[in-house]
Design a protein around this ligand. Structure first.
Ligand code: G4P
Length: 521
């Protein structure tokens, strides 16, 4: 038996709008932890996989998932698991599910753009799950908004109180360093060529800072005092309870502020903790092994049919080769080929501890939300499905392939690639597919053809949002033009509306019928 790894864990994800600098920050974090020698090795330009076609090509070449992988590295005696959210054009339900596998999130905000739509959506998921959020204002080396104005914007949009931990010295575009609000010191940054290596930092007291930076330091001190007078100081309890968000200023590109972020992650972000099971009892982290699957990925290449299931270890120690029980079926599942995921490389994992992410190979029986365990059976609460915003009908291009069509749609529904909605009226040959992001449809199209030998035609529908409803509302809803009610696999009924206006009007006109917003919608 291998000895369990008892180093403390921090498992988090970076949430941001595309282009805020998530890949750059990921590289910078790994660089600081010396997991890689030079920034660029993990998500570097040459290997950057931002587009749908790249993603699929990658799948084909390797037959493995490159999305939602976790980057694991050691920093100051801790193991850090950075769970990657697919965040570019491939924004989808997967992005949300990843957040069920983390204990905290770093919300990356572009200093010039402030809060952007995807950041806000992802933030809402964190809020819903009670995941504490640390905010990083990125790109401070470029002209952007005033820091106090940014704090106001964030507070208005997310409703959490920003409590800056560092405050910038030099306005955006002239980043000299930060005032460390816990010690009052100046942390001066020095540029390195292209930001490819760790930027040297020098700490100094207030007097020296004033000598070195003059007015810029004085302005930062004023800001710090204003914040303190306003009660915007970090409070660990309020942060963990989701009432405040510590804020830090950085330039991921220049590696400024990255070391502080790592240090604060260790200091403030919660460690893996006991999870509540469906029975309402907690499974303590040092109980027997248990993990839940938050993502399942099939190889796109016909030669690699194996499914890879990403699971987060919740309790106990995982050891490669151990036979675990698959919760829903009660059947044993062998873990001979379990893998750890490091950037784009998969390597064999020997042991894993709570907070770690493992990739289970040959996972044909595993579905998103399933639990695997040893010892006492355990089931964790289901991962919520999210409010779809894109709807299409899906039909087999060749109607003689009905069998393959049904099988494929069923499987993709089960895997949660899209939500499949049905009604008697539409029949089984042309169900409605619903997605959070349109890329989910492209995956359906590619996989139906490659895996099920059944090319499909997708036709957009003019719906923009869904509300959960019930049977009692059917009569009323059937009289409203442009509204359609369909059934989801879990039996719930969704009313689809062409726009917000129509949904609001229906709610107003018929206050007695059930029309509930879906989670994070
Ligand atoms: P993403 O993963 O969140 O989509 O963002 P990514 O890291 O790819 O960064 C988006 C762009 O923003 C990149 O520029 C990147 O270099 C730049 N960037 C990231 N962090 C910072 C920062 O702290 N300061 C400045 N000034 N720029 C930053 P690009 O021109 O789109 O790509 P590239 O050609 O530089 O790779």
């Amino acid at each position: 038996m291998s000895t369990p790894d008892r180093r403390p864990r921090r498992t988090f994800a970076v949430i941001s709008h595309p282009d805020a600098g998530k890949s750059t920050l990921t590289e910078a974090l790994a660089l600081h932890a010396r997991a890689i020698q030079e920034a660029g090795a993990v998500h570097g330009k040459s290997g950057r996989k931002g587009t749908v076609s790249d993603w699929m090509e990658m799948e084909q070449q390797r037959g493995i998932s490159i999305t939602s992988a976790a980057l694991q590295f050691e920093y100051d005696g801790h193991v850090i698991n950075l769970v990657d959210t697919p965040g570019h054009s491939d924004f989808s339900e997967d992005t949300y599910r990843v957040l069920s596998a983390v204990d905290s999130a770093v919300m990356l905000v572009d200093a010039a753009r402030g809060m952007e739509p995807q950041t806000l959506k992802l933030f809402k998921v964190c809020a819903l799950r009670g995941i504490p959020v640390i905010t990083v204002i990125n790109k401070w080396d470029r002209p952007g908004l005033d820091p106090l104005e940014l704090m106001d914007l964030i507070e208005q949009q997310i409703g959490l109180r920003p409590t800056p931990i560092t405050w910038p010295v030099g306005e955006s575009g002239d980043f000299k360093g930060v005032l460390d609000r816990t010690t009052g010191e100046f942390v001066q940054y020095t540029r390195t060529a292209g930001g490819a290596t760790i930027a040297p930092e020098r700490r100094m007291g207030s007097d020296e800072a004033l000598e070195v930076e003059g007015d810029l330091w004085a302005v930062a001190v004023d800001g710090d005092e204003l914040l303190a007078a306003d009660g915007a100081d970090h409070d660990q309890e309020a942060f963990l309870a989701g009432r405040t968000t510590p804020v830090m200023f950085a330039s991921a590109l220049l590696n400024f502020g990255v070391a502080q972020l790592l240090e604060r992650l260790l200091e403030l972000a919660p460690a893996p903790h006991a999870l509540e099971t469906v029975e309402g009892t907690p499974r303590e982290v040092d109980d027997d092994f248990s993990a839940f699957v938050f993502k399942v990925q099939s190889g796109m290449n016909a030669a690699h049919r194996d499914r890879l299931a990403y699971a987060r270890v919740c309790s106990g120690t995982f050891e490669r080769g151990m036979v675990v029980t698959h919760g829903p079926s009660g059947k044993p599942f062998a873990t001979k080929y379990a893998q750890a995921v490091f950037g784009r490389e998969l390597s064999s994992v020997e042991t894993a501890s709570p907070g770690d992410i493992i990739g289970l190979v040959n996972a044909n029986a595993l579905r998103v939300g399933d639990t695997v365990y040893v010892g006492d059976p355990v089931t964790y609460p289901p991962i919520a499905t999210f409010a779809p915003e894109h709807f299409v009908t899906c039909t087999a291009s060749d109607i003689s392939k009905d069998k393959q069509f049904r099988k494929g749609v069923e499987q993709l529904d089960q895997e949660g690639v899209v939500q499949v909605l049905r009604s008697d009226l539409r029949g089984d040959r042309s169900p409605v597919l619903a997605a959070v992001g349109p890329m989910q449809f492209e995956v359906v199209q590619a996989r139906m053809e490659a895996e099920f030998n059944c090319p499909v035609r997708l036709s957009p529908l003019g719906f923009a949002l869904a509300r959960r409803t019930d049977k009692d509302a059917l009569d009323v809803l059937s009289t409203i033009r442009g509204v359609e009610v369909l059934e989801r696999r879990d039996g719930s009924l969704l009313a689809l509306f062409p726009d917000q206006w129509r949904a609001t009007k229906t709610e107003r006109d018929h206050p007695d019928i059930t029309l509930e917003a879906l989670a994070a919608g």
